[in-house]
Design a protein around this ligand. Structure first.
Ligand SMILES: Cc1cc2nc3c(=O)[nH]c(=O)nc-3n(C[C@H](O)[C@H](O)[C@H](O)COP(=O)(O)OP(=O)(O)OC[C@H]3O[C@@H](n4cnc5c(N)ncnc54)[C@H](O)[C@@H]3O)c2cc1C
Length: 536
């Protein structure tokens, strides 16, 4: 029987991200995927700042930027009746895309669809000698033993069945497979929010055929058609037109694509349909994310509406949370509380983003506006102008958080984790849209540019890092870490602004870039601190 430390099911972005991070840490793992690796339909486009920071750590941020929407293509949101009709509202997002210089992250959000993003992750994962990926291989079943998981996989080309013994099994296989069902049972939340039909199209230079300008999203306000929308995928020629229905499952036969293109895009648009995919929008989170050595991550653990772009990004953060903990266990320095902290830390974070995506999806029905007014938005004259003005104000008040959500991307915290040592300071400020950097234990360690041109976040990743500010001299944590075999580095930062930002003379940052412990003085029991943060 083949033995492997980690078996991952599913090579979507989360399985690939997890494999890449494990490979980056030198951990052996086998990834099995039932498909052949071809992506025929575009799903996630928005790679948020935190996911971009992971890409930066892995050395692929530049590739993602180059593969996605060009830096000069605006990420604007336009609400209108049709591309040829009336404009209602517009939200600019100048800080998104390209190389915008931001105070809180070195990596602005990028638009890079999974069509291009997943292959970059795959190339990265497979660049590590410890990672193998088997396509056309279906994960079928597993049995948990005292110190391993015995897994059955089937080669779909030969029908051959093989048994693999893994120390840890991670299901990154969406909601449909046997593992999430056995670990989590039924996911909790809204199982059907709405039904959709996505049409992936090629339309070169679409912006030359209307007066709304280049934008990332166009939302069409049309009560009869349930408000379709159009999404830019590469800033050049690829687009996704989506039709929606709250109650009826949509199929190809329900939508006259040509009539839809003529009505919402324009009568003389030359387009080519590349694929058509129906999908169901859900808002679900698993209550339980692990059972012994078996874990679920990504869409297996949470299913978001696409409104906000949280699904894949939440999954990428699951992967980087779990990866260093698995590595710690395989390398022998993780304690028994480390892996259980995965559920405790990630489940509440996913719940917040799922609820947010659900709220955003519901408000896409525009039921915060009188339906009679909605029906008049395409009319001419002063009354209709007043309706549009009022609608625009309500739209921007209600919908801005869907498109400006740095609080979700970077502000999630692991406050009540057994592997975070609280310093008793009050909760930091923040909201869905607003993120204020802070180094309170549990938070993402802040970004600041250092004198050598690197970001502080470039210091984190491989092991624990103790940042020492304002001449702090502690050596006890390093000694305790060495005693326990914990990878550990000490970095002195002589910069008053960064010291203010971190607000503690000693700040211990764990391998996923979250603060574990912070103090102005050396710990009275350094071994106890190291034991807590390594889950002992
Ligand atoms: C229209 C749309 C737009 C979206 N936009 C965004 C966005 O902008 N930003 C964002 O963050 N998210 C977005 N999402 C969500 C995002 O696409 C998903 O959250 C993401 O793909 C989930 O990744 P995953 O790796 O968990 O699962 P998946 O991508 O679903 O991958 C699971 C893989 O597991 C494989 N698998 C399943 N069962 C087995 C088995 N038994 N054996 C072997 N392999 C198996 C499947 O074949 C599949 O390849 C969007 C989704 C949709 C539908």
């Amino acid at each position: 029987m083949k033995k492997v430390p980690v078996l991952i099911v599913g090579s979507g972005p989360v399985g690939l991200g997890l494999a890449a991070d494990l490979g980056w840490r030198g951990i052996e793992c086998l990834l099995v995927e039932q498909n052949d690796g071809t992506i025929t339909h575009p799903r996630a486009t928005s790679v948020n700042s935190r996911s971009m920071e992971f890409c930066r750590r892995w050395g692929i941020a530049e590739k993602v930027r180059e593969a996605g929407t060009p830096p000069d293509y605006p990420a604007t949101i336009v609400y209108c009746t049709t591309l040829q009709g009336k404009e209602i509202a517009r939200l600019e997002r100048k800080a998104q895309g390209g190389r915008a210089v931001l105070p809180h992250t070195p990596e602005p959000i990028q638009r890079c669809n999974q069509i291009w993003f997943d292959p970059i992750l795959r190339e990265l994962a497979l660049s590590f000698p410890t990672i193998s990926l088997r396509y056309r291989t279906k994960f079928e079943d597993y049995e948990t033993k005292s110190d391993s998981v015995v897994c059955t996989i089937r080669n779909l080309e030969t029908d051959e069945v093989e048994t693999i013994e893994a120390q840890y099994l991670v299901a990154c296989c969406g909601g449909g497979s046997v593992v999430p069902k056995r670990v989590a049972g039924r996911l909790k939340g809204v199982s059907v929010l709405s039904y959709h039909l996505n049409i992936f199209m090629k339309i070169p230079l679409l912006w030359e055929h209307h007066d709304k300008g280049k934008a990332g999203f166009y939302y069409f306000v049309d009560v009869e058609a349930n408000h379709p929308n159009l999404v830019e995928l590469d800033g050049r020629e690829f687009w996704r037109l989506a039709f929606n229905n709250e109650t009826k499952r949509l199929t190809k036969d329900d939508i006259d694509i040509d009539a839809g293109v003529k009505k919402f895009l324009g009568p003389d648009i030359d387009y080519q349909v590349l694929s058509v995919t129906p999908w169901t929008c859900r808002g679900l989170v698993a209550e339980k994310w692990s059972e012994g050595p078996v874990f679920i991550a990504g869409d297996s653990a949470h299913q978001h509406g696409p409104t906000g772009g949280f699904g894949m990004n939440t999954g990428m953060a699951d992967a980087t949370n779990l990866s260093w903990k698995l590595a710690a266990m395989v390398q022998g320095w993780g304690g028994p509380n480390l892996l259980p902290s995965y559920d405790i830390e990630r489940q509440p974070v996913a719940k917040v983003s799922v609820d947010e995506a659900t709220d955003n999806m519901i408000s896409n029905r525009f039921d915060f506006v009188d339906e009679n007014d909605l029906r008049r938005v395409d009319e001419d004259g002063p009354e209709a102008d007043a309706i549009r003005k009022d609608f625009a104000e309500k739209l921007l008040a209600k919908k801005s958080k869907q498109f400006l959500s740095e609080g979700i991307a970077l502000g999630y915290r692991y406050d009540n984790s057994p592997v975070t040592v609280s310093d008793g300071t009050p909760e930091p400020e923040g909201s869905i849209s607003k993120y204020f950097q802070n180094a309170r234990p549990g938070s993402r360690a802040p970004h600041a540019m250092m004198a050598d041109g690197r970001s502080t976040i470039d210091l984190f990743g491989r092991g624990f890092v103790l940042l020492r500010f304002r001449g702090a001299k502690d050596e006890t944590l390093a000694k305790a870490a060495a005693q326990r075999g914990v990878p550990f580095e000490t970095v002195d930062i002589d910069d008053e602004k960064i010291a203010d930002l971190y607000a503690g003379r000693l700040v211990l940052v764990r391998p996923d870039g979250h603060v574990s412990w912070r103090s102005d003085t050396a710990p009275t029991d350094a071994l106890a601190v190291i034991d807590q943060v390594r889950g002992a």
